[in-house]
Ligand binder design. Structure first.
Ligand SMILES: [Zn+2]
Length: 280
């Protein structure tokens, strides 16, 4: 599922392509994905794009916002005067518009397609004034690069007896970190994913805090990870999957100690990758 770097990359590109443009029509092809009345959005001009954890909002000049979560396989693809015949990633199965296109937003200049093969993602019409009271946003924990500080991070970790990896991925504890970046941050900080969160030492907490910021920055630099269906609104893929530290590297020699191979096991149902020699 897209995490902070992927959703931030979507946000930045939507900002670039949509800001100042007016919605002229919306075609909803799949009602299960779209909640609310799309007519309320017509005529609204895009004034702002915001990200809350893995949720994105497109705020309009008429007091309404489009709230959206791409979940596992959702894709936003833009085409307009700035990008017409650019290459479209093969991950956009069926093309645009195609059998997996569920919503088409038309602007005075340009079109935004929402594609989703698995259809777990959603689009919701809400009043802009009510965005921050949406349960998913209200319950969101502090976020790296936003309101998370190293002190706050230590406090969060000290409160839980669950395995540290599960705490990092819990959106109510910490916003934006998912499986890929949790695996890599723990590898970078040399911490075993199974360790009990509250048993980390102060030094380990600080190492992990820094590691989280480092892997997220790296994710942002490469435009996110396109391991599943993630594509950027310009129709291209992110490159972070080629630069992971531990994630997806099962059976490969650890890049740091060069002694052990990365092992994989399941923790809380998610693939967990670690080096048994460096991560204690
Ligand atoms: Zn190692």
């Amino acid at each position: 599922m897209p995490e902070l770097p992927e959703v931030e990359t979507i946000k930045l590109q939507l900002e670039k392509y949509l800001k100042g443009k007016k919605i002229t029509s919306i075609e909803v092809r799949n009602r299960k994905i779209f909640q609310g009345d799309e007519k309320k959005l017509i005529g609204g001009k895009v004034i702002n794009i915001r990200r809350f954890g893995k949720v994105t909002t497109i705020d309009l000049s008429n007091g309404y916002s489009i709230l959206t979560h791409v979940k596992l396989t959702g894709q936003y693809i833009y085409r307009g005067p700035e990008i017409k015949n650019e290459i479209l990633s093969k991950k956009v199965i069926g093309g645009i518009p195609g059998p997996h296109t569920h919503v088409i937003f038309k602007f005075d200049k340009g079109v935004l397609y929402y594609n989703d093969v698995r259809r777990f993602g959603w689009v919701k019409v809400v009043k802009t004034s009510e965005v921050e009271t949406e349960p998913l946003i209200k319950k969101l924990g502090p976020e790296p690069f936003k309101d998370l500080t190293s002190n706050l991070f230590s406090q969060i970790l000290s409160k839980s007896g669950r395995p540290i990896k599960l705490v990092l991925m819990d959106q109510k504890m910490l916003g934006g970190v998912g499986n890929i970046y949790a695996n890599d941050a723990l590898w970078l900080a040399k911490i075993n994913p199974k360790r009990k969160s509250k048993e980390l030492t102060k030094d380990e907490q600080q190492e992990l805090y820094k590691a989280i910021l480092d892997v997220l920055k790296s994710g942002l630099k490469y435009g996110g990870a396109s391991e599943l269906a993630f594509v950027t609104p310009d129709g291209k893929e992110g490159e972070y999957q080629k630069h992971t530290l531990a994630y997806g590297n099962e059976g490969k020699l650890c890049q740091r100690c060069k002694k052990e191979k990365i092992k994989k096991f399941f923790l809380g149902g998610r693939g967990t990758y670690f080096c048994s020699s460096c991560q204690k």
